[in-house]
Design a protein around this ligand. Structure first.
Ligand code: 5GP
Length: 182
C-alpha cells in the first residue's frame, strides 16, 4: 500500500488526514450498525459514483444480511426557468417501491446534491430512505438534509483520497488527505 506523508496532486500539496486504518474501523462500526438496523428488511443500497466507490465496496463487503446494491451517477443540468437546476440519476434501474433504501455517499458538503436527489427517490415511494455518508462538513451546510449514518464529521476543508479526487486525480490513495497549510 502506498501511504505517502506528502503528495502533490496537480498544483497542490496534500498531507495525511484520516488513515486507511481509521477509515476501516469506522466503516466496520457502520456496517455492524446497518446489519442490526436492517436485519430481515432486505435493504437496497444506492451508491453514488464516482466518489463513493471505495466506501461502498468496503461497507457492502461487511454487510452480512440479505441486501442489494446498485451504483448510480448523478448529472445535473440547467432546466427551464421553472424547474431550475435538474438532477438526473443514471443507472437507477431497480424498483424502489416499498423497499428500504440506504444511500451511500462519499461526502455531504453543502447538501445540494442530496437535497435535489432525495425528493426524486421519494417519488418512487420506498418504505424508508436513509443516508449513510463517509464524511460530512456541517459548517458547509447550505441545503440541510437528514443524515442517519455518518462516519466522520469534518471541518470545512478540501479532502481527497479513498475515492475522492482533485480534478480527477488522488482517488487511489488508501487514506484521506487534506491540503497542506504552508
Ligand atoms: P454537495 O452537493 O453536498 O455540496 O457536494 C457533494 C459532492 O461535492 C461530493 O459528492 C463530492 O463529489 C464533492 N465534494 C465536496 N467536498 C469535497 C471535498 O472536500 N473533496 C472532494 N474531493 N470532493 C468534495
Amino acid at each position: 500500500m502506498h501511504n505517502p506523508l506528502e503528495v502533490t496532486i496537480h498544483d497542490k500539496i496534500f498531507v495525511p488526514f484520516i488513515s486507511a486504518e481509521k477509515l476501516q474501523e469506522k466503516i466496520q462500526e457502520l456496517a455492524a450498525q446497518l446489519n442490526r438496523d436492517y436485519a430481515g428488511k432486505q435493504p437496497l443500497f444506492i451508491a453514488i459514483l464516482n466518489g463513493s466507490f471505495m466506501f461502498a465496496a468496503d461497507v457492502f463487503r461487511q454487510i452480512t444480511i440479505e441486501a442489494e446494491i446498485c451504483f448510480i451517477r448523478l448529472s445535473s443540468y440547467t432546466g427551464t426557468a421553472s424547474t431550475g437546476q435538474v438532477i438526473t440519476a443514471i443507472g437507477l434501474d431497480v424498483p424502489l417501491s416499498n423497499r428500504p433504501v440506504i444511500i451511500l455517499e462519499d461526502i455531504v458538503d453543502t447538501g445540494k446534491t442530496l437535497s435535489e436527489f432525495l425528493p426524486q427517490i421519494q417519488l418512487q415511494q420506498p418504505s424508508s430512505v436513509a443516508v449513510a455518508t463517509l464524511l460530512h462538513k456541517p459548517d458547509a451546510t447550505r441545503f440541510p438534509v437528514p443524515i442517519q449514518y455518518c462516519c466522520f464529521s469534518i471541518a470545512n476543508k478540501f479532502v481527497l483520497g479513498y475515492g475522492l479526487d482533485y480534478n480527477g486525480l488522488g482517488r487511489n490513495l488508501p487514506g484521506l488527505y487534506q491540503l497542506k497549510v504552508e
